[in-house]
Write a protein that binds this ligand. Structure first.
Ligand code: ZN
Length: 408
């Protein structure tokens, strides 16, 4: 029996042993152990699969769980020491291509090297919201109630201006601890230059934290330049000289569309410098209505067409305009798709309709835990290890190698 299955079976036993109860499988635990052992959905009994560890029919998994920690109901995760941890033994050392730290836009001091026992996510399905159901059939932010959205807005505002509140837990060691829990070796950090009123130094702050941290080789920091900064092009050149390989661009947070002349000018320089652009792509529905015009997917077509040799990543695969993102990405081989946020059904459709060599894993931490996206990837790649490993690490390594970055 493969180690993972052995471990899953042990888990079902262990939970009872830990509590000192006689071993007795409930129906739920029996089903869970069956799922973990590779039973084909719809069959009765715990069998083992033949050969290469994959089943010919798809297994079925619960699509709604109670909070993020409810993901332990899937055979891929378990709770140990009060923390959600991945329970798949043969995961490759994965790369999360879409992470952030706490967004501070003002001068407030923020300790990015502080550890805390818990992370408060911006969309906090484990927080003070006993009714939060984590639903994998919808775009991820569909889980957020009005109350959770209001809390996120407050957390973002308090954090950005005063570095207080949830943001204090959105630090490098906390991200690293979660990467350890989930089997991730590396992460790409995406700062966002939002503040035009005073010099925005989010890139420098995050890079400074990484350089001062113990695990600095685990993180790759992209830069961010606001296209409307008077010295935008010079700033970009400076970043390139310092070794940055790409730019994060967030139309709704930066209040500017990708096809704005100022944006196009910045991309032209990116192209000249041989840098990539990681887009926040598409409306999430959480942005204020007046900002939504900046993130409509048709605004992304101009740069993608104008710079065919430059690599663009559509973070969130277009978010709530997945069809629009797919249409552009399928027609342009310089576009990669970030898997974060999409439903299981959209991820399945992406895999069947799009070049699997251009899919990147992203979690959008600390908006969400790594497990929220990892769960969906493990579901859609169930029984397809080669595909899973492409999405979790190989594609990212190939893309980074184009920029002479080889994560250790
Ligand atoms: Zn993001």
């Amino acid at each position: 029996m493969p180690a993972f299955k052995e471990r899953a079976a042990e888990y079902a036993f262990g939970r009872y042993a830990e509590r000192g109860e006689p071993f007795r499988l409930s129906r739920r635990d029996f089903l869970r152990a069956c799922l973990a052992a590779g039973v084909v959905a719809g069959t009765f009994g715990c069998g083992s699969d033949e050969g290469g560890g994959s089943t010919s029919a798809e297994r079925s998994f619960p699509m709604q769980v109670q909070g993020y920690k409810g993901l332990a109901d899937l055979p891929f995760f378990e709770i140990r020491g009060g923390r959600l941890k991945v329970a798949v033994q043969d995961l490759p050392p994965a790369i999360d291509f879409h992470t952030h730290l706490g967004f501070v836009t003002g001068p407030a001091p923020m300790d990015y090297l502080r550890s805390s026992p818990e992370v408060r996510y911006l969309i906090d399905c484990d927080g003070e919201h006993p009714a939060c159901t984590f639903d994998m059939t919808d775009y991820v932010n569909g889980i957020a109630t009005e109350e959770m959205r209001a809390e996120m807005d407050l957390d973002l505002a308090l954090g950005a201006l005063f570095a207080k509140g949830a943001i204090e837990t959105q630090t490098l060691p906390n991200l690293a601890a979660e990467m350890d829990d989930m089997g991730f070796a590396h992460a790409v950090l995406l700062p966002i230059a939002m503040n035009l009123l005073q010099p925005d130094n989010m890139t420098e702050r995050w890079k400074g934290a990484v350089d001062a941290s113990e695990g600095k080789e685990r993180f790759i920091v992209l830069c961010s330049v606001h296209p409307k900064q008077p010295d935008a092009v010079a700033k970009l050149r400076g970043y390139k000289e310092q070794g940055y390989i790409g730019v994060k661009f967030h139309p709704s947070m930066q209040h500017i569309s990708p096809d704005d002349p100022a944006s196009m000018q910045l991309f032209e320089e990116c192209d000249r410098l041989g840098m990539m652009v990681f887009f926040h792509a598409g409306p999430t529905g959480l942005e204020p209505e007046p900002l939504r015009k900046y993130v409509k997917m048709d605004r992304y077509l101009a740069p993608v067409e104008a710079f065919p040799d430059m690599t663009f990543v559509f973070g969130h695969s277009g978010a709530r305009e997945w069809e629009g993102a797919m249409k552009i990405a399928r027609g342009h081989d310089n576009v990669w798709m970030g898997t974060h946020g999409q439903s299981v059904a959209h991820l399945k459709a992406t895999i069947s309709q799009f070049d699997n060599e251009r899919l990147l894993f992203g979690s959008d931490w600390p908006f969400y835990p790594l497990a929220a996206t990892l769960a969906k990837i493990l579901i859609v790649c169930d029984g397809r290890k080669a595909l899973r490993d492409k999405i979790l690490v190989e594609n990212a390594r190939r893309l980074l190698a184009r920029f002479s970055v080889t994560p250790a």
